[in-house]
Design a protein around this ligand. Structure first.
Ligand SMILES: O=C(O)C(=O)C[C@]1(C(=O)O)C=C[C@@H](O)C=C1
Length: 98
């Protein structure tokens, strides 16, 4: 192996270590978020509130798009990601209410 290939392998390893660390943060962060949304789902079921709140979602998406721009992340991706999570939460809320 040349020095350049060995160096590239070291750099790749460092990036992958960072990626693994950040993936763990994402999973734990999502776990925390779902704890809160589960509590919200319980509250909504107890008080007969609708599972979804489109006004709240619109505010969340607008905020996330701004955050994404500041973080150098594609705002469309950030929006789709949040919508994907919220859809999952709404399914959980609906199950609570059945
Ligand atoms: O804030 C709420 O009312 C929630 O139920 C949580 C949440 C979310 O996951 O952020 C999910 C569904 C609603 O449409 C809006 C937001």
């Amino acid at each position: 192996m040349t020095d350049a290939v060995t160096r590239a392998a070291e750099i790749l390893k460092e990036h992958r270590e960072s990626i693994d660390r950040l993936d763990a943060i994402l999973v734990y962060t999502l776990g925390e978020r779902f704890k809160h949304t589960q509590a919200v789902g319980k509250l909504k079921a107890e008080h007969d509130l609708p599972p979804s709140d489109p006004d709240r979602e619109a505010r969340q998406i607008a905020r996330l798009e701004e955050l994404a721009l500041a973080a150098d992340l594609d705002p469309e991706f950030a929006k789709s990601f949040l919508q994907f999570i919220i859809q999952e939460v709404i399914q959980h809320h609906r199950k609570h209410q059945q």
